[in-house]
Design a binder for this molecule. Structure first.
Ligand code: GDP
Ligand code: MG
Length: 594
């Protein structure tokens, strides 16, 4: 055990974690040059395309330091706030962390939030200024920022480039010399922390764990503490680029276990694996992941509902943080109300449904989860506008609040104040991290963040602001349900729950946006926004005069077919509601309102 080091790499998004991991793997010949590619651990298609890490990854590195062999277990973590629970569990599986800071960017919001997570988990922190090969590298400034932030000595900060390989050897040495070996007792009852799982269609769910105490052997009867379910350890092993089976693994090690579980819901990140015969206690810090944002997902074609259900179930095997239940919409028919960790998560689910499962879907207006209290004192959890009780039966509504942390340059404080106060934010604190870097803390309603906050923040600071948030509970709010009517028909999938003070403005803008997005038809379309029976905004789309298809020319058949196919393609994401055709963009129009 004294020759094991478990570490992770933490950083703000894009500061170079995955690239640095590549270099560590290359330098130690963990991955041969033939298998090497950029961000090799991001093995999901979508990860490779978006250039972001969605799932945690673990890999074992063998390293010889001053004539002694060491095992270094590297856990790569996702950086985006939507996946921060995974980060926190991955950190709990380590004794140390490389904290990367991009030399051209300096400290950003997730640098700080991830650092706090690392400190909470008592990790040894090795600060690294990364990307020093770049022209804009500000090594002295970033050194000062890091010294201020973590209180280390300047000489303790390593300089590196994941691109060119500068400093990689220093990092490997520091991992061995500064990070403590794991503690733990091989002979105590088994306690292994689950920090991730993946679905494999041949083997079922593969669970990644770190053993804190005890020993796990192939063939053992194991138990998941939070669910009390028992399984047989069909295979246990360590993680190289591929899985390497072993007869047993003991305290301090990182590995995988295969038990033939097919249902992702049985495996929870943060849960503890123990032995059924001699159970150990739950490792502290386990939390069920709670969805933050809800939206409907519907098949474009109502006939495809059953197929979509199968695909959602399969997708959930791979992403246990996705929740869904059946819902019906008058406008859209059968579909699912889904819970997501955030908007990025929602976008990823929609894309995975399309790419991996070939499903064309419509997602409806996302909303947060409200708590409604009836006059009788019942609490109703409202994840969907239609679940909101009638105003006459309503005592009060509460909405989720978050603590937002924004780091920016002093010249943008004014813009950020305007933006956040306009979003019902309350300024809690303003402090200078360095003379050129200021941190603002706001308390804000989550619902204001969900829509377009991040884009607005970027545009009002020309990209010089980073943002992170964490939930801080529910507070009373004056929330109303706003409906949209097309030619007098209420389109339930376009209903939204919003703050009363915003309803008027929001309704007007939404009607304007819908006017832009709905295709003109042979007849006039009236678009109305209403709260209860009261219409608060209205727009009209005038009727189309001429039939455009008459303009289609004869002649070249294949060209004509191409044109038709193109039109079909364009139509794919349309739904007929009453007599009005509504494209997918319309359902997400709320996200595009400024
Ligand atoms: P992550 O989000 O922290 O995992 O960051 P990535 O490793 O995906 O890197 C983000 C971007 O920065 C990619 O375009 C990388 O090619 C680039 N990058 C990463 N490390 C370096 C570096 O040391 N130097 C330079 N010039 N670019 C880098
Ligand atoms: Mg990455």
């Amino acid at each position: 055990m004294k020759n094991i080091r478990n570490f992770c790499i933490i950083a703000h998004i894009d500061h170079g974690k995955s690239t640095l991991a590549d270099r560590l793997l290359e330098e130690t010949q963990t991955i041969g040059s033939r298998e090497m590619m950029d961000q090799v651990l991001d093995d999901m298609d979508l990860e490779r395309e978006k250039g972001i890490t969605i799932k945690s990854h673990a890999i074992q590195i063998n390293y010889n330091h001053k004539g002694e062999d060491y095992i270094l277990n590297l856990i790569d973590t996702p950086g985006h706030v939507d996946f921060s629970y995974e980060v926190s569990r991955a950190l709990a599986a380590c004794e140390g962390a490389l904290l990367l800071v991009d030399a051209t960017q300096g400290i950003q919001a997730q640098t700080i939030s991830n650092l706090y997570l690392a400190i909470d988990n008592d990790l040894e922190i090795i600060p690294v200024i990364n990307k020093i090969d770049m022209d804009g590298a500000m090594i002295p400034e970033v050194t000062d920022q890091i010294v201020d932030l973590i209180g280390c000595k300047p000489e303790e900060i390593l300089l590196a480039s994941g691109k060119t390989g500068i400093g990689i050897q220093d990092i490997l040495n520091a991992i061995v010399e500064r990070i403590p070996p794991p503690a733990g007792d091989e002979n105590a009852p088994l306690q292994a922390l689950i920090f991730d799982s993946v679905f494999n269609s041949f083997r079922g769910i593969i669970v990644y764990f770190r053993i804190m105490n005890g020993t796990l052997r192939k063939g053992d009867k194991i138990q998941f503490v939070s669910t009390g379910q028992n399984y047989i350890a069909d295979e246990v092993g360590i993680l190289k680029l591929n899985m390497v089976p072993k007869d047993s693994l003991s305290a301090g090690n990182v590995g995988y276990i295969i038990t033939g579980i097919k249902n992702a819901k049985e495996v929870k990140v943060g849960d503890t694996i123990t032995l059924a015969a001699n159970p150990g206690e739950m490792i502290q810090g386990f939390e069920e992941v709670k969805p933050m944002v809800f939206a409907g997902i519907y098949p474009v074609n109502t006939d495809d509902f059953e197929e979509l259900r199968e695909c959602m179930e399969k997708l959930q095997l791979n992403d246990a943080s996705l929740t869904f239940e059946l819902e019906t919409s008058k406008a859209l028919g059968f579909g699912f109300r889904c819970g997501f960790l955030g908007l990025l998560h929602m976008e990823i689910i929609q894309e995975r449904l399309e790419r991996e499962f070939n499903q064309t879907v419509i997602t409806t207006v996302p909303n947060v989860s409200f708590h409604a209290y009836s006059t009788k004192g019942d609490k109703i959890v409202v994840n969907n506008p239609y679940e909101m009780p009638d105003p006459t039966r309503l005592d009060r509504i509460e909405e989720p609040f978050i603590k937002a942390q924004i780091i920016t340059l002093p010249e943008y404080i004014g813009n950020i104040m305007t933006l956040c106060l306009g979003k019902r934010g309350i300024l809690i604190n303003q402090s200078y991290l360095t003379p050129t870097r200021v941190e603002l803390i706001f308390e804000m309603p989550l619902t204001e963040i969900v829509f377009d906050f991040y884009d607005k923040l970027k545009s009002s600071t020309r990209g010089y602001a980073s943002f992170d948030y964490s939930p801080i509970g529910y507070r009373e709010a004056d929330i109303v349900k706003m409906d949209i009517l097309l030619n007098g028909d209420k389109v339930d999938a376009l209903s939204a729950l919003i703050h009363r003070s915003r309803a008027q403005d929001f309704g007007r803008k939404l009607c304007e946006k819908l006017k832009e997005l709905l295709p003109r038809q042979q007849f006039q379309i009236a678009i109305q926004a209403a709260i209860g029976a009261k219409v608060i905004a209205r727009e009209t789309i005038s009727a189309m005069r001429k039939d455009v298809t008459a303009k289609c020319y004869g002649g070249d058949i294949s060209r004509k077919r191409k044109l038709l196919e193109k039109q079909k393609e364009g139509k794919k994401r349309m739904r007929q509601i009453g007599n009005v055709e509504v494209p997918q963009e319309a359902f997400l129009a709320v996200l595009k309102i400024d």
